[in-house]
Design a protein around this ligand. Structure first.
Ligand SMILES: NC(=O)c1ccc[n+]([C@@H]2O[C@H](COP(=O)([O-])OP(=O)(O)OC[C@H]3O[C@@H](n4cnc5c(N)ncnc54)[C@H](O)[C@@H]3O)[C@@H](O)[C@H]2O)c1
Length: 423
């Protein structure tokens, strides 16, 4: 039985994005003193000014955290002082040659000099099994001169955040916790017992890392499956949404996943293991490769469908005004990581369409410079030859779109009307 950590625990959260910022806010709420570190100066200045760029963290919550004096956002590793605990939440993008661990490595190197005896360091980023023990721990040991499991505690606790979901939050989602040894596990568990409602200990860091890989693969493989069925259904002239609804009445052995424009979030690693130079068995993840391939096909499929719809109205995509609703990867978030939206815009632009993007959640500085964000208005919808709904944010005025639009391609089955065609 481990005891939760005391108030005024000094915590560093590296990465103040979708995952890190909610962790920092929660930690301040339970009484910790938190340094929120991020290399994105625009994000940090906005946080210092009390403006949150996340829908899951309101300005009120952020301002309350700042007013305690126990939340210090910074871009500078030099602002990190000796800490009791550190949580790393930086991205691990997947490249052709495997996961890019550059940010994780620089985070570990950056905090290592401030690690003291009895400190705890936890990696939360989605990563390949072995990352915590083969990459993060050696960097921490080298930079601090201390030994994991003897002088300090280290572990892995995958984030399970579901941005934009009002029900599942950091506080009520069970959190896997693991450590490089039994004492590290106890320390990691104690840290998260203070922050979340329920922790689930896992035997080793590799098991926890593999669990995260499995969770992510589960989502992306199922999305690819239903997307492939959706493309097939279109060829057959069958309504895929009705088929999904029918299948979902099966009370066992089926989990409902709706079709969509593709999935966001970092791609599943398909073949390589850790970065070159680290011994790791090679394994081809054929399911992951297939899921990536099918999900990557969706933007082209959507554009072809839109071309066919316009054709029926004797219109060419070239020169047509397309209002695209929702650019981000998930409803009610501005998360653009691997979102299909930007690729759809690119394909439409290549075919000569005039594109207007509506998304109040996306941070303008993260939006590709070629894309113009506009406000949703009656005139904007009226001027559109077609409206394309990609991400069904709750703040979109769907009644206005239904009332004013001439032609709608809805990839989320959210709109009604004779002018609406579904994925
Ligand atoms: N958001 C999700 O729902 C989600 C889901 C599954 C997995 N993940 C994983 O969680 C991790 C973080 O994801 P996220 O959604 O918070 O990403 P994010 O892009 O929202 O935030 C990451 C932040 O880290 C910062 N950063 C990058 N390198 C840094 C460095 N060296 N030092 C300090 N800051 C640095 C970036 O500026 C950014 O603000 C990733 O591994 C991601 O794969 C996130």
């Amino acid at each position: 039985m481990t005891r939760p950590l005391p108030e005024h625990t000094r915590l560093v959260v590296v990465g103040q994005g979708q995952v890190g910022l909610p962790v920092a806010m929660r930690a301040v709420a339970v009484g910790f003193s938190v340094v929120g570190l991020d290399l994105d100066a625009v994000r940090i200045w906005s946080l210092k000014d009390g403006h949150s760029y996340l829908d899951d963290v309101g300005d009120g919550e952020l301002c309350r955290a700042l007013s305690t004096g126990r939340y210090r956002p910074t871009v500078c590793y030099d602002d990190v002082e000796c800490f009791d605990a550190a949580i790393i939440t930086v991205p691990v993008p997947t490249t052709k040659s495997g996961p890019d661990l550059g940010a994780v490595e620089s985070a570990a190197e950056g905090i290592a000099p401030f690690l003291r005896r009895g400190g705890t360091v936890v990696l939360e980023s989605a990563c390949f099994p072995g990352t915590t023990e083969e990459i993060v721990v050696p960097l921490l040991e080298k930079g601090s001169g201390l030994t994991a499991g003897t002088d300090f505690w280290a572990g892995y606790s995958p984030e399970r955040n579901k941005p934009g979901d009002p029900h599942w939050t950091l506080a009520n989602t069970p959190k896997l916790v693991s450590g490089v040894d039994a004492r590290s596990l106890a320390a990691v568990k104690a840290l998260y017992d203070t922050l979340v409602g329920r922790t689930v200990p896992v035997g080793t860091t590799r098991e926890a890392e593999l669990a995260k890989l499995l969770e992510d693969a589960f989502g992306q493989v199922n999305a690819a499956l239903v997307n492939e069925i959706a493309m097939f259904a279109h060829q057959l002239g069958v309504d895929v949404w009705k088929a999904v609804e029918a299948a979902a009445t099966r009370p066992f052995g089926f989990l409902r996943v709706d079709p969509g424009p593709g999935v966001g979030g970092h791609r599943l690693p398909t073949g390589t293991g850790l970065t070159p130079g680290y011994a790791h068995p090679h394994h081809d993840f054929r399911f992951a490769a297939l899921a990536n391939e099918v999900n990557d096909r969706m933007p082209d499929h959507l554009v072809e469908r839109l071309v066919a719809m316009l054709d029926r109205w004797r219109k060419s995509l070239q020169g047509s005004v397309i209002v695209l609703l929702g650019l981000s990867a998930r409803a009610n978030t501005g998360d653009l990581v691997e979102a299909p939206g930007p690729r759809v815009v690119e394909l439409l632009a290549e075919r000569g369409a005039v594109i207007r993007v509506v998304d109040s959640h996306v941070e303008p500085q993260r939006c590709p410079s070629s894309m113009k964000l506009v406000e949703l208005s009656e005139s904007c919808v009226r001027q559109a030859d077609a409206v394309l709904l990609l991400t069904d944010h709750d703040d979109i005025d769907y009644a206005l779109v239904e009332r004013e639009s001439r032609l709608v391609f809805d990839t989320r089955h959210r709109l009604r009307g004779s002018q609406v065609e579904y994925l």
